[in-house]
Design a protein around this ligand. Structure first.
Ligand SMILES: NC(=O)c1ccc[n+]([C@@H]2O[C@H](COP(=O)([O-])OP(=O)(O)OC[C@H]3O[C@@H](n4cnc5c(N)ncnc54)[C@H](O)[C@@H]3O)[C@@H](O)[C@H]2O)c1
Length: 442
């Protein structure tokens, strides 16, 4: 029952260490030798709550190992997970280069029956292509008779809560039309399903589409609320009350209804775009999904426009802005497609200086912008000292609990642009702040 995970990133590392935690023997492979070297030395290249402890424990107990030797990893495993990145290509489709490279490597080294499991988010038909690539590579090695199966097993974990989500999933989805492979997958996930978590079997295309549909639905809820927030602002309604008023309806629920500068991260933006592209390849119009994407882009621009409007000019070279929160959401260091990046880029382009502050993502942002126009801070109060305004891009809990008296004293001007609606407008106005947020500018 040995498991090989190809790709030791956010999903691969969580998947690998969680299976090890369940008692399996797991080997994680990555093409990036730096990542593997760090992991071998007990250094976790990403920030995910609980991951460091879990990796350390399972490595020490000998169930979790790391290697760049993909041949050995493949040849010693029954389950081979593909958990490599599928970023946006230039035409907005999913770039499947890493998936196909992994498939090619599997076909080059496979020497016994295995189940190849696609955990990455991939367009419909990708698992079929993976099967073809592996078959072709086996043919070239005169191993056409070597049996293997390919299943789709999309991952629904949330960064920041990834381990909990992996071990306590709303559902495990397995796409396959092969009974033997489905049985193996049921056995693999038994330690989780035996606690009552649902295991859904479906055909390959449906499993692949389910992942995109889930992300597109969640993104749609956010953009929908952002549109309602704009209407709230125009008519003097309070979006928070509207949010509570609709979220309490059991048909709607509370999740993913928060307005602000919109969604980011390594999934929603690229997956919505990829779904639109997949539909357009089949000449299916997607006005709804296109609007979801447009509204989301508009939110980031809106915050910048609020800044320009407040300072009365587009030349910001006289100003320094503190930015609280750089990660695309709290409890992660992931800055892929983070709204903070677009907002910082825009204000820097207009001449401003930035004091950036994030408990986990400063180093990642430094890799993007360097040190010339940005200073990085761990302490939020040092970051705002002498700044002309505070911009909030990520709702880390300690920002929500900030001492607003000190914030007011330390800022040069008591101005807050809150991209995540973390404070009460009335309280801030009474305390003498100029407070700009989304859908609550009553
Ligand atoms: N991050 C999330 O929250 C999340 C959640 C659900 C699904 N997903 C999906 O899971 C997939 C992986 O996402 P991620 O965030 O973990 O990506 P990531 O970029 O963090 O990790 C991918 C890793 O794969 C490695 N890699 C690439 N090609 C390889 C190869 N041929 N052999 C070995 N290693 C290789 C890279 O070096 C990298 O370390 C994507 O399709 C993503 O859409 C991500």
């Amino acid at each position: 029952m040995k498991i090989c995970i190809i790709g030791a990133g956010y999903v691969g590392l969580v998947t690998g260490s969680s299976f090890a935690e369940l008692g399996y023997e797991v080997v994680c492979v990555d093409i990036n030798p730096e990542i593997i070297e760090k992991l071998k030395n007990g250094i976790i290249p990403i920030y995910e709550p609980g991951l460091e402890e879990m990796v350390k424990k399972n490595s020490e107990e000998g169930r979790l190992t790391f290697t760049t030797d993909i041949r050995k990893a493949i040849q010693s495993s029954l389950f081979i997970f593909i958990a490599v990145g599928t970023p946006s290509a230039e035409d907005h489709s999913a770039d499947l280069t890493h998936i196909f490279n992994a498939a090619e490597q599997i076909g080059s080294f496979l020497n016994h029956y295995s189940i190849i499991i696609n955990k990455s988010t991939v367009p419909i038909g990708t698992s079929k292509k993976v099967k073809e690539i592996v078959s072709q590579a086996l043919n070239r090695r005169d191993l056409a008779d070597l049996h293997f199966d390919v299943v789709s097993n999309p991952e629904f974990l949330r960064e920041g809560k990834a381990i909990k989500d992996f071990l306590n999933p709303d559902r495990i989805i397995v796409g396959s039309d092969n009974l033997q492979a489905i049985d193996h997958m049921k056995r693999l996930y038994k330690p989780i399903t035996s606690k009552g978590f649902p295991f859904l079997v479906m055909d390959l295309p449906s499993a692949e589409l389910t992942k995109y549909a889930a992300n597109a639905m969640l993104a749609t809820r956010i953009s929908f609320m952002n549109e309602i927030a704009a209407i709230s602002d125009a008519y003097g309604a309070d979006i928070q009350m509207v949010q509570e008023g609709i979220g309490i309806d059991h048909r709607i629920g509370h999740a993913f209804l928060s307005p602000g500068i919109g969604y980011g991260g390594s999934c929603f933006p690229k997956d919505v775009k990829s779904l639109i592209k997949a539909a357009s390849d089949k000449k299916i119009p997607t006005p709804l999904l296109e609007s979801v994407e447009k509204v989301n882009q508009r939110q980031r621009k809106k915050l910048f426009e609020m800044i320009i409007e407040q300072f009365g000019k587009s030349d910001l070279s006289m100003f320094k802005f503190a930015v609280w929160g750089l990660a695309f959401k709290p409890e992660t260091d992931d800055i892929r497609e983070a709204p903070s990046i677009d907002i910082i880029r825009k204000i820097i382009q207009h001449g401003a200086k930035v004091h950036a502050c994030d408990p986990a993502a400063n180093q990642n942002v430094r890799k993007v912008f360097g040190d010339e126009r940005i200073k990085y801070f761990q302490d939020p109060y040092s970051a705002i000292t002498g700044a002309d305004a505070l911009i909030i891009c990520t709702e880390w809990p300690h920002f929500q609990l900030a001492d607003l008296g000190s914030v007011k004293k330390l800022l040069r001007n008591p101005i807050i642009f809150d991209g995540r609606n973390i404070y009460e407008p009335k309280e801030l106005q009474e305390a003498g702040f100029v407070y700009k947020c989304f859908g609550r500018n009553i």
